[in-house]
Structure formats: structure tokens, C-alpha cells
Write a new protein. Structure first.
Length: 75
């Protein structure tokens, strides 16, 4: 795994965590949705830099390596 790939996978994991937090209470979700713009931008840039934009299979493989619990493969 290359440094740019690690950075991209970590950015995706942060985006996932931010999204889960923003959507934790559906009633408050509209208030928090604007806060996702920065993590989305970070993840998009990191994916492009790593050459992973449009390559979800590789991205999810990297995420599984870093955080198996996110995909269920660590159970």
C-alpha cells in the first residue's frame, strides 16, 4: 500500500465517520449536512491523488486492510 493510497483510505474512513455522525439523528441531519463538504472534498482530492477515483474495488480493499471492522471482514 502506497502512502497516497493510505491517505485516500483514511480520508474515506473520516468521511464515513462524519456522515454517520451527521445522520445519527435524522431530525437534526439537515443541520449537519453542510459540515460534510470539507470531508467530501478531502476524500475526493485524496482519491484523485492516489489514482483511486472511480476504482472503488481497490479503495474498499485498502479500507478493509486499515479497518476490517468497517466492512465486516474483521468479524
Amino acid at each position: 500500500m502506497h502512502e497516497a493510497e493510505i491517505t485516500a483510505a483514511q480520508a474515506y474512513i473520516r468521511l464515513l465517520a462524519a456522515t454517520r455522525a451527521a445522520l445519527a439523528d435524522p431530525a437534526d441531519a439537515p443541520l449537519y449536512m453542510p459540515f460534510l463538504a470539507s470531508p467530501i472534498e478531502e476524500a475526493d482530492e485524496a482519491l484523485r491523488d492516489a489514482g483511486l477515483a472511480g476504482n472503488e474495488d481497490r479503495l474498499f480493499a485498502l479500507v478493509r486492510e486499515l479497518r476490517p471492522s468497517l466492512t465486516g471482514s474483521g468479524r
